[in-house]
Design a protein around this ligand. Sequence first.
Ligand SMILES: Nc1ncnc2c1ncn2[C@@H]1O[C@H](COP(=O)(O)OP(=O)(O)OP(=O)(O)O)[C@@H](O)[C@H]1O
Ligand SMILES: [Mg+2]
Length: 255
Amino acid sequence: MKIVVCGKGGSGKSTVASLLAKNFAKNGFSVLVVDTDESNFGLHRQLGLDLPQDFTGYYGGKQAVMQRIMAAAPDYGSVSFFDEAWGLADLPAGYLSEKDGVKLVAIGKIHEAGEGCACPMGMLAKQFIGNLKVKPGEVVITDTEAGIEHFGRGIEESADAVLMVIDPSYESLKLAEKVAELSRSIDKPVFFVLNKVDGSSEHFMCDALGDRHAIAAVIPTDPSLAVAGLRGDEVEADSADIEHLGRFLRDTLAV
Ligand SMILES: Nc1ncnc2c1ncn2[C@@H]1O[C@H](COP(=O)(O)OP(=O)(O)OP(=O)(O)O)[C@@H](O)[C@H]1O
Ligand SMILES: [Mg+2]
């Protein structure tokens, strides 16, 4: 099963991706988290893992990836980075962190001013996720950058489902409409996680979203998550809400 986690900036994408990864692992799944956010450096901390080396390094670094794409001009999309499908066991050890059934690959981060756009990371991420062969009992969770650029990059094309994290804000609710429309256009189911809610915001958000069946979980504002987010601490997936989310996805996507 491949799930892409998306949402507005700061809505809780990385927190939910981490909690979900840990919950799947707790339930016996082998989990790969793919960090496709080139700007943020906190996901590995939430997972309690070291930051792995950029996966672009496997192909000689970001500039080498860019050169390979440019060399195919004008048919940039024709570049193929993978000759054969990879399973989770085939991932190169030098480019992943691992603990308690959860592996982490980070496609690439921005390290220097003026190093160029993130297009090489986007193209590699799309191919990396699309190329992965996922067996029963395995889950790939992709954490994305804020917004919907990843739809433009085609990151969702090989996903089984899109999981959008929605915080109590007008921007998130508007973005949910767009994410639903984009997901429909590529024939992908979309599910919502209402995050950082209290009683009154939950009602408002449910009414605004309309489709209650698409709401996979409701996660209240949790002071311990807020503290972990401030300190860069590992999160713990022991809440009933996360267990519910994991079960919802396992049942709905039949894995
Ligand atoms: N349910 C929650 N209760 C309290 N705090 C939360 C909750 N979910 C997330 N947070 C906090 O909100 C902040 C943003 O969370 P997170 O980094 O997961 O968001 P994000 O959507 O991945 O952000 P970005 O767009 O920057 O990648 C963090 O400080 C996190 O600890
Ligand atoms: Mg994030």
